[in-house]
Ligand binder design. Structure first.
Ligand SMILES: Cc1cc2nc3c(=O)[nH]c(=O)nc-3n(C[C@H](O)[C@H](O)[C@H](O)COP(=O)(O)O)c2cc1C
Length: 446
């Protein structure tokens, strides 16, 4: 969706809260085109998020760590439950699954380069594994999605971990979209599709229907990979408590929970904005499910959906996540929405900072496109350096905050280090409203 022109306010012009300019423009667009709006990016409306939490730095009652001399470690091991070769990451921030097809080959390569430089993993996506991505990713998580595009035993064995995708936060219960103009010869070849025809990938796996079948599927994946690789299960955040419990029951080594703000390359706007629960609520429910099963820290939890800063990372870890994953922020770090492409954005009827037509394949930054000329604009080495820099900053910020809370490892952050700014956030995160001991909706046993 492009941004409507912002006409200057004059006395007497009163905008409706119900029918604001975006709502009016969308009704007009729907009347004109007769099809729902599809776009990339994540939810744009405001929902309770990590910004609504604050960390309690140390003072007299707690002792902070000195940044220059005292360590604050950041390493994390994913897949300690069953896998013979768990993933050992230097930082608790991973790159989320984004498909080749949605993203260009240089973009996928750049994400791998950036992640590898920082000692973390990147993830394939709907559409399979590209050779460049494998070559430049020291640790690569391989997605098995309902579409089964590109899934084959050789690539499963070539991966470092496997992620069974049940759903995404941007569209829990929904399938994938790849519009025809992004289905190039190479994308079509990898997915076994005709060139240039819109494709919609399935919303559910064809070979299992529930947790018992999922257990069999996970068993198959383990056998194919000789019990070496950790198996992740990724769910979009909805009935998170039960979904996480069932994923654990089915044998997941790692559960990935993607909140409703999670990014997407191409989904109906109505889906992005109206389905699922905020990441903040999802983290807490996921941790509770793991704790109730005595599996917290034994099955690792990765959280995604709107992670932008070290503060988001620190708060997610304090709530009990083992690691976080980033999608949209990684793409922005690569160069998406950069002012250097402003003229091109204007020509597309949008502007740097608003571009979300990632489904359209005309990305001036060469990231969400399959047009060779556009894709060639992204230098994978430069892109990789930018991603690494961004990951470095996220890590430094997380460490700074953890040290201020007196922690020698970022995983020592805990809910007790958090307070909420709003009643909603207090209830969702189950931490007290700042300056009170009140957690709405929480009744202690006594
Ligand atoms: C361009 C793009 C493509 C994506 N493709 C996939 C995909 O193929 N498979 C998948 O499980 N999730 C996909 N996602 C969702 C991400 O894996 C992740 O869940 C989400 O981006 C996390 O939220 P964040 O973008 O706010 O960090 C995609 C996201 C984006 C932005």
């Amino acid at each position: 969706m492009t941004t409507p022109p912002q006409s200057a306010w004059r006395p007497g012009l009163r905008e409706s809260a119900l029918y604001d300019r975006n709502v009016i423009a969308e009704i007009q667009r729907a009347a004109r085109e007769g099809i729902y709006d599809i776009r990339g990016f994540g939810a744009k409306r405001r929902v309770p998020h990590f910004d609504d939490l604050l960390l309690l730095g140390a003072s007299v009652s707690r002792y902070p760590l000195e940044g220059y001399r005292e360590r604050c470690d950041t390493d994390v091991v994913l897949g300690t439950r069953f896998a013979r070769k768990p993933l050992e990451l230097r930082i608790p921030i991973t790159i989320a699954g984004m498909s080749f097809g949605a993203l260009s080959a240089p973009a996928k390569e750049a994400l791998g380069r950036g992640a590898s430089e920082m000692g973390t993993s990147t993830t394939t996506g709907d559409g399979g594994m590209t050779a460049e991505e494998r070559e430049h990713s020291k640790l690569l998580v391989y997605q098995v999605l309902p579409s089964r595009y590109g899934v084959n035993p050789d690539d499963l064995r070539a991966a470092d971990a496997i992620e069974v995708v049940v759903g995404q936060g941007a569209k829990p219960g929904g399938g994938g979209m790849l519009l025809g103009h992004k289905i190039s010869d190479r994308v079509a070849g990898m997915r076994g599709l005709p060139v240039g025809i819109d494709q919609r990938s399935a919303c559910r796996h064809p070979d299992w229907t529930g947790p018992d079948d999922l257990e069999i599927k996970i068993g198959e994946l383990r056998e194919i990979t000789d019990w070496e690789k950790p198996v992740f299960v990724k769910v979009g955040a909805t009935r998170t408590y039960y979904d996480v419990a069932l994923a654990v029951k089915a044998g997941a080594d790692v559960v990935v929970v993607d909140g409703m703000q999670g990014g997407t390359a191409a989904t109906q706007d109505v889906f992005i904005e109206h389905v699922g629960i905020p990441t903040l609520a999802a983290v807490r429910l996921a941790v509770e499910a793991l704790q109730d099963l005595d599996m917290h820290r034994r099955v690792q939890l990765i959280v995604s959906g709107g992670i932008r800063t070290g503060a988001d990372v620190a708060k997610a870890l304090a709530m009990g996540a083992d690691a976080v994953s980033i999608g949209v922020a990684a793409i922005i770090a690569l160069g998406d929405n950069s002012p250097e492409h402003e003229d091109d954005y204007q020509a597309l009827g949008t502007s740097a900072g608003y571009y979300d037509d990632w489904q359209a394949g005309r990305d001036p930054a060469g990231i969400s496109t399959q047009e060779e000329e556009l894709a060639a604009r992204l230098d994978p080495e430069l892109g990789g350096r930018r991603v690494a820099n961004y990951l470095r900053v996220l890590t430094l910020e997380t460490q700074t905050l953890a040290r201020a809370c007196g922690k020698s490892h970022v995983h020592n952050l805990e809910p007790e280090d958090l307070v909420a700014l709003t009643i909603e956030a207090a209830a969702m995160a189950r931490v007290p409203l700042a300056g009170t001991d009140w957690i709405p909706g929480f009744h202690s046993a006594d």
